[in-house]
Design a protein around this ligand. Structure first.
Ligand SMILES: Cc1cc2nc3c(=O)[nH]c(=O)nc-3n(C[C@H](O)[C@H](O)[C@H](O)COP(=O)(O)OP(=O)(O)OC[C@H]3O[C@@H](n4cnc5c(N)ncnc54)[C@H](O)[C@@H]3O)c2cc1C
Length: 273
């Protein structure tokens, strides 16, 4: 890193995945001098891309939440706005099209009623249970969507958010120790439908319903109909590209082919790399 730059830095972010880039842009927008170091050639990490024969391929994430226009769960929209950049997205009318055993064909439509009607038509004897299960997901989502979303591991944030939104927080407390399997079995009996709920979880949590926290499911199963799934025009890699553009506009820097091999400590405090 150039000597003059290292003298003036407030923060070094190792790795411009979406997490690192959002951290870097938030800090740069608040006036910090930020340097981001990437060991590879492009930003994005697990939300990156590669090109072959004129085609661009996403390497990881492809089902993108966080680009809604309202509420507090539109984290990507707001992360880009913080550094004055915009990214055009295309609304996905169907989040997932399931092709399951026993000719169970199901689309998770962006339109919530359409999805519930299609699922209920496949399991008419469970119509009420389906509605009650997904209603519980909305209860979780509505609590989360009422509060500013930051790290649940930060005690000062949790205290502040509790005083700002006591009812939303109390609404969530009930669900904190619960998994999706527990809630689903309270409302649904059909084993094939319970397996469908397992697959619904597995697609993003990579564990079955009984290991998927209800808080996370409430977010995913509802936000896909609220903010929706929106695909960035030009590919998923555009999210990182735009964040880098915003970072540089806000005075930050990024260096590629800069693998960090050591973090330098002084009195237990990180002072350099
Ligand atoms: C196959 C796959 C599919 C997915 N599908 C979805 C999806 O559909 N929807 C969704 O929301 N999420 C999805 N995810 C998850 C999502 O992509 C990741 O959670 C997210 O992108 C992780 O971001 P991150 O910033 O935490 O880390 P990463 O993306 O891992 O970024 C870390 C960065 O740090 C760099 N780095 C690491 N070590 C060093 C070092 N020593 N020095 C310098 N740089 C370093 C890496 O090169 C990388 O760029 C998927 C993930 C994968 C792998």
């Amino acid at each position: 890193m150039p000597g003059s730059l290292s003298q003036t830095l407030d923060v070094i972010v190792i790795g411009p995945g979406i997490g690192g880039l959002v951290t870097a842009t938030q800090l740069a927008a608040k006036g910090a001098q930020v340097l981001v170091l990437e060991r590879y050639l492009i930003p994005g990490g697990s939300a990156g891309y590669f090109e072959r024969n004129g085609y661009r391929f996403d390497v990881g994430a492809s089902m993108i939440f966080g680009f809604g226009r309202r509420g507090t769960t539109n984290l990507l929209t707001r992360a880009l706005e913080a550094v004055n950049v915009r990214l055009e997205t295309l609304p996905d009318p169907v989040q997932i099209h399931y092709h399951l055993p026993n000719q169970l064909e199901l689309k998770v439509h962006r339109d919530y009623k359409q999805f519930i009607n299609e699922l209920s038509a496949k399991f008419p004897h469970e119509r009420e249970g389906i509605r009650r299960f997904y209603d519980e997901c909305w209860k979780v989502f509505n609590c989360l969507n009422a509060m500013e979303l930051l790290s649940l591991e930060e005690p000062r944030y949790l205290t502040r958010v509790f005083f700002q939104h006591p009812f939303a927080c109390l609404g969530l407390v009930k669900y904190l120790p619960q998994n999706v399997g527990d809630i689903a079995r309270q409302h649904i009996k059909d084993p094939e439908l319970l397996k469908f709920i397992d697959i619904e979880c597995y697609c993003w949590s990579v564990v079955p319903a009984e290991m998927t926290p209800m808080i996370n499911a409430g977010m995913v199963f509802s936000d896909r109909h609220y903010g929706g799934i929106n695909y960035p025009k030009g590919g998923v890699g555009q999210i990182a590209q735009k964040l880098v553009e915003g970072l540089e506009k806000a005075g930050g820097h990024i260096e590629y082919q800069a693998r960090v091999t050591q973090i330098l400590l002084e009195n237990g405090k990180a002072v350099g790399v």
